[in-house]
Design a protein around this ligand. Structure first.
Ligand SMILES: O=C(CO)COP(=O)(O)O
Length: 256
């Protein structure tokens, strides 16, 4: 499979970090640091940082994403944010189904699917997160679980819509722990994700799909992870909060 035809995407997931003032400073440092990138650069930021991010990234090569979206178009859902609210601001991507949302906010494969469909219908590009816990890896059910997560998340997503979908493999045990999956482990599961998408949508669609790895990806290990044939980018937490570290990861993806 030829990786050259796929777009590598390096996306920061800032999580619950950065006030709007801090966000402005970080983006001011990021813009010159990633301007020569030969991959897509995305920052997914808290809702409160979106305005400043969109304003500062306008006219640059940095694309802006949110960290979640509600599945209804509008209505009595106190505290929630719709796809239309995000696109109206100029937001392009949205992280969906992050394991922290699944673990702490009771999101399920079914609500992940509803959010993904709402995002796509609203013109956003969802970065759908899947991945196993340590116990699930030790039980040997990683591939089966990830296949199921992907199948449910994509239920009802059309082949045309799939072109705007990114899938991120994020083993839960590697998130924020400093324990990175080995490049071979990342490759194995990213390939399995591409395989199930191929079964659902055909070979060409699978070949075109961007599959990211996320979980303690950093300036030191990015190059090796990104060198794997089915790892098309990264979803980066901690290391995305430092412009110099994030830029090194972007450089690594630009070479691949
Ligand atoms: O959850 C992640 C990205 O969504 C990964 O976080 P870390 O890079 O901090 O491990």
């Amino acid at each position: 499979m030829d990786k050259q035809n796929r777009k590598a995407i390096i996306a920061g997931n800032w999580k619950m970090n950065m006030t709007p003032t801090e966000a402005g400073h970080l983006i001011d440092a990021l813009v010159p640091a990633v301007q020569g990138a030969n991959c897509e650069v995305v920052i997914c930021v808290p809702f409160t940082d979106l305005c400043v991010a969109v304003a500062k990234c306008s006219g640059t090569n940095i694309h802006v994403g949110a960290e979640n979206v509600h599945f209804e178009k509008s209505g009595a859902f106190t505290g929630e944010i719709s796809a239309d609210m995000l696109t109206d601001l100029g937001v392009e991507y949205v992280v969906i189904g992050h394991s922290e949302r699944r673990q702490y906010f009771a999101e399920t494969d079914e609500t992940v699917n509803k959010r993904a469909r709402a995002a796509l219908a609203g013109g956003l590009k969802p970065i759908i997160c899947v991945g196993e816990s340590l116990a699930q890896r030790e039980q040997g059910v990683t591939e089966e679980l990830v296949r199921m997560q992907v199948k449910i998340a994509l239920n009802g997503v059309t082949a045309e819509e799939l072109k705007n979908v990114v899938i991120a493999y994020e083993p839960i045990w590697a998130i924020g722990t400093g324990k990175t999956a080995t490049a071979d482990q990342a490759q194995e599961v990213c390939a399995a994700i591409r395989k199930v998408v191929g079964e659902l949508y055909g070979e060409d669609a699978a070949k075109a799909l961007t599959v990211q790895y996320g979980g303690s990806m950093n300036a030191k290990n990015a190059e090796e992870l990104l060198s794997k044939p089915d790892v098309d980018g990264g979803l980066i937490g901690g290391a995305s909060l430092k412009a110099d570290q994030f830029a090194i990861i972007v450089d690594a993806a630009s070479k691949g």
